[in-house]
Design a protein around this ligand. Structure first.
Ligand SMILES: CC(C)(COP(=O)(O)OP(=O)(O)OC[C@H]1O[C@@H](n2cnc3c(N)ncnc32)[C@H](O)[C@@H]1OP(=O)(O)O)[C@@H](O)C(=O)NCCC(=O)NCCS
Length: 220
């Protein structure tokens, strides 16, 4: 999906505090009743890891329509992680979930929080009969790539100069219904106009941007 922002430090070291038990982390769905507090906390957390903060309209676009696919991690009343997602038909052949934003507070990394949040979002998508889940991440973000590959995501394509700062992205896809033939799993794009040529990939990245609100590139 799209966003002008990219991570400042894509592979931060794991800084999990020794005295925090995984059991002390609680996970909650986005609660529209708590919007003022939760929205500002989500923005604060996501903005920390971006070179440019997203407009509030980008957050509202996701949270107002797919708040049930967004989850928050808390520790002793402190907001420590979040995942923001959506689910939509993709090219009339698949129902595609999309991980738009994922971040964990630096000192809470390495505790499995991001994995848990992403699994919760995926489970919610499965309940809604999703065929697949996609996201983009910078090719240099080894922490995120390892995390997603451990969850079963596959590298679908490389998007040349996908972000406005010039860095490239991988599109990662998790196929949830293996029995579907490729053309029904929404992967026609890989054999289609982009065909792996750099120039075309760039054009495709532009096309992908135009599908998203506010011309934003996401850092799922
Ligand atoms: C990427 C990020 C969300 C991971 O959060 P986390 O809660 O620490 O992740 P988890 O503890 O669930 O890690 C799951 C797996 O991811 C991989 N991973 C996580 N952090 C890593 C790191 N710094 N280096 C290498 N692999 C890493 C590991 O395989 C890890 O499993 P393991 O601990 O059993 O080896 C976190 O580093 C972050 O917020 N980064 C900045 C924002 C960002 O890049 N978001 C993703 C955009 S696509």
């Amino acid at each position: 999906m799209a966003a002008t922002a990219t991570t400042i430090d894509p592979t931060p070291p794991s800084k999990a505090p020794l005295n925090i038990s995984r059991d002390a982390i609680t996970y909650h769905p986005w609660d529209p009743q708590q919007e003022p507090l939760q929205l500002s906390q989500i923005r604060k957390l996501i903005s920390k890891d971006l070179s440019e903060p997203y407009s509030i309209y980008v957050y509202r676009y996701f949270l107002y329509q797919w708040g049930d696919l967004c989850y928050i991690a808390m520790h002793e009343g402190k907001f420590v992680g979040c995942v923001v997602s959506k689910l939509e038909p993709h090219r009339n052949v698949a129902l595609r979930g999309y991980i738009a934003m994922l971040a964990v507070e630096e000192e809470y990394r390495g505790l499995g929080i991001a994995s848990k949040l992403v699994r919760m979002a995926i489970d919610a998508m499965i309940e809604k009969d999703a065929d697949e889940v996609a996201l983009e991440t910078e090719i240099s973000n080894t922490a995120a790539i390892k995390l997603y590959e451990r969850l079963g995501f596959l590298r679908s394509k490389r998007l040349h100069r996908y972000y406005l700062n010039g860095s490239s992205a991988f599109r990662l896809i998790l196929y949830l219904k293996n029995h579907l033939p490729p053309e029904e799993r929404g992967i026609l794009e890989d054999a289609g106009c982009c065909g792996g040529h750099d120039g075309h990939s760039h054009d495709h990245a532009e096309h992908e941007r135009s599908e998203q609100p506010h011309d934003a590139h996401m850092i799922g």
